[in-house]
Ligand binder design. Structure first.
Ligand code: PLP
Length: 377
């Protein structure tokens, strides 16, 4: 154990929008002996995980478990999508990265872009889909860089009407924001372990519709490690094509049991309550001379992350450091929003009580910075 590594920070102080804080008992679950991944014990574990993951994704399809971060399954989705141009909806850093991944896989990509912090006009989406025959559309459910939530149910309905597969990055959505894979007809939906699922980083989870997998069979150059066809076939017999990250699966096993004990809908409600609490806090600060704002428009705010806009003269990096000096961690602004915003990741296993502590500390750090700024110092 190196001296520099904090061993026991109290739970409820780490509000980064990924990775998120992992409960000590979930971390402890990783410390178990290895088992053969081609044996009966593994298949039983995998089957149990499937039941929990299907409940989380609201699907009857197999849930793919990838030993990669979420980006691995973003790449799988575009590599395995049918040939033809892809339409990327871009409203922040992660949706922009989705377009970049598609280009990196030598796909032709058209972009429908709105300013960071905005959401999409569905009529614009419909017009773009009607103008050209796309094989797939990429969209980010909860834009972690801006805190904007997109109505992926409506986007998926439009994509289907125009014959394009709808590929959804719900990395900070699933397990925090309502999402219905089957009922909304999502063709490919993915998440990572280290966001609202509150697991250590290193796993990604995804669901591909039967239609998507069938069409993928005809796609050349799918590669091997991220082949949706092979991964689905193995998942159906409770195995993974390659060696799985067993310790992370043990943590997943423990976390799914906790999560289903809470209930998925109760978990969604807890996240919505944390979003609303953060919004009320911003309003109260603004009413008391600390002019904070929320980047995302009302009605399109993610229940898992809030990007808070700062008063003129207050730098996001200074706020993050002030919060850190008070024993808490929040996220800085992302990319071009670095100076103007900070991000509070109210997701995973946080509660209204732990959030209260965080907001108090952010307010104290802001108060110390905004006072000299207001005096023109
Ligand atoms: C974190 C995140 C990603 C990237 O996930 P990795 O696990 O780092 O690959 C993609 N999309 C969104 C919306 C994210 O929040």
């Amino acid at each position: 154990m190196t001296a520099q590594m904090p061993e026991h920070l109290p739970f409820g102080t780490f509000f980064l929008p990924g990775p998120t804080e992992v409960r000590p008992e979930v971390l402890a679950a990783m410390v178990r002996p290895m088992i053969a991944h081609r044996g009966k014990a593994f298949e039983a574990l995998y089957q149990r995980l499937q039941e929990g993951l299907r409940a989380v994704f609201r699907t009857t399809r197999p849930v793919l478990v990838s030993t990669s971060s979420a980006s691995g399954l973003m790449e799988m989705a575009v590599r395995c999508a049918p040939e033809g141009p892809i339409l990327a909806l871009v409203n922040g850093a992660f949706s922009e990265r989705f377009a970049a991944i598609a280009r990196g896989c030598q796909r032709e990509v058209d972009v429908l872009e709105v300013p960071w912090g905005a959401t999409f006009d569905l009529d614009d989406v419909a017009r773009r889909l009607a103008a050209r025959r796309y094989s797939a559309l990429t969209v980010v459910h909860s834009e972690t860089s801006t805190g904007v939530l997109t109505d992926v149910r409506a986007v998926a309905a439009l994509a289907r009407r125009h014959g394009a597969f709808c590929v959804v990055d719900s990395v900070t959505g699933i397990a925090g924001a309502p999402l219905e894979t089957d009922a909304w007809g999502l063709d490919f939906v993915l998440t990572g372990s280290q966001k609202a699922l509150a697991l250590p980083p290193g796993l990604a989870f995804g669901v591909a519709s039967e239609d998507f997998v069938q069409r993928a069979r005809a796609v050349p150059g799918r590669g091997l490690y991220l082949d949706v066809v092979e991964m689905t076939e193995f998942a159906l017999r409770h195995q993974t094509p390659q060696t799985p990250a067993l310790p992370l699966l043990y943590a997943l096993d423990a976390q799914l049991e906790r999560l289903l004990g809470e209930g998925l809908e109760a978990r969604w409600a807890r996240h919505e309550a944390m979003r609303a609490r953060t919004a009320r806090w911003v309003e109260r600060c603004a009413a008391h001379g600390l002019p904070l704002g929320i980047l995302a428009p009302e009605g399109a705010r993610s229940p898992t992350v809030t990007a808070v806009t700062l008063p003129t003269g207050v730098d996001g990096g200074d706020v993050v450091r002030g919060v850190e000096a008070r024993g808490y961690v929040i996220g800085g602004g992302y990319g071009k929003l670095r100076a103007r915003t900070v991000r509070i990741g109210h997701m995973g296993d946080h509660t209204l009580e732990s959030l209260e502590g965080c907001l108090g500390v952010v307010e104290a750090a802001l108060g110390a910075l905004a006072a000299p700024a207001a005096r023109g110092a």
